[in-house]
Design a protein around this ligand. Sequence first.
Ligand SMILES: C[S@@+](CC[C@H](N)C(=O)[O-])C[C@H]1O[C@@H](n2cnc3c(N)ncnc32)[C@H](O)[C@@H]1O
Length: 292
Amino acid sequence: MAADLSRISVTAKIAAYYRQFSDIAFAREVARRIGADDTFEQILREHGLERDKLTFYAPMFEARYKSISQLIGKSGCSQVLELASGYSLRGLDLTQSSAIRYVEADLPDVVATKLTLLDDVRRQHGIPPSPLHVVTVADALELEPVRTAAGALDHGLPLIVLCEGLIGYLTREETERLASNVRALLGAFGGGCWICPDFSFKAEVGSLPPERVRLREAITGVTQRQLDASAFADDGDLTAFLARVGFDVRVRSQIDETPALSSISALGLSPTWAERMRPLLRVWVMTPRSTS
Ligand SMILES: C[S@@+](CC[C@H](N)C(=O)[O-])C[C@H]1O[C@@H](n2cnc3c(N)ncnc32)[C@H](O)[C@@H]1O
């Protein structure tokens, strides 16, 4: 693993910070238990940012999370591998409310914290450990650990691979490694798809409002990663990239796939938020090309 990849891990606390304003299962408790407020406040303090000007991010994290969960449910697929899962508790939620088998993976430090977090949340809610839910270490940019993570899943059945919030921190070369790993993995299963909400386009990245630019600069400072370094020229560029790796792609609207956005009213944001953000909030569903 490249040494600097672990610097990305702090961003898992930012995602957890923003999800706490939603009704996503366990989100408020997770933020409290991992100290997400303190991490977020420190970033704001060190970069002179005002929290109140950044609340509009919360529904973005909510829509991203909920739209993926909705697509999993609609797929009817019974097994999931989530890469770079951070402190998201979708795995706990789905394995206690359905018969889905869920393996999730991240880098070592995050996994260590998450195992303690899961123990605490399970104890608090009287949820017994489940053989359906496995949390393990895997570098998503290396094929063998990814294969090993998925090793106990049923290779005769379809698999959904998730990756939420990682690609924005990767270079194009790393994005290609990730995509190739997912493609190779899916080729060993009885169908399935890769769901990812994170591809970006250069024109959109270049026209962000000033407060978003400043938070992104702060996150670049913390992670030492240029955000959206892998941004694509346009939709055609992304489709061609995915075809080269061996995927067909369909794009969905996160807003359409989100049953309800609770953080808009919880934070007193404009009711027009969803319509304004609709064109920017997408989730891509990639299936292995039959010809490759
Ligand atoms: C923005 S966070 C997203 C976490 C989670 N998916 C969520 O939405 O809350 C990015 C995550 O990517 C993880 N990560 C970074 N590089 C990774 C790699 N090479 N393999 C696996 N996980 C990685 C970090 O540790 C962090 O948890």
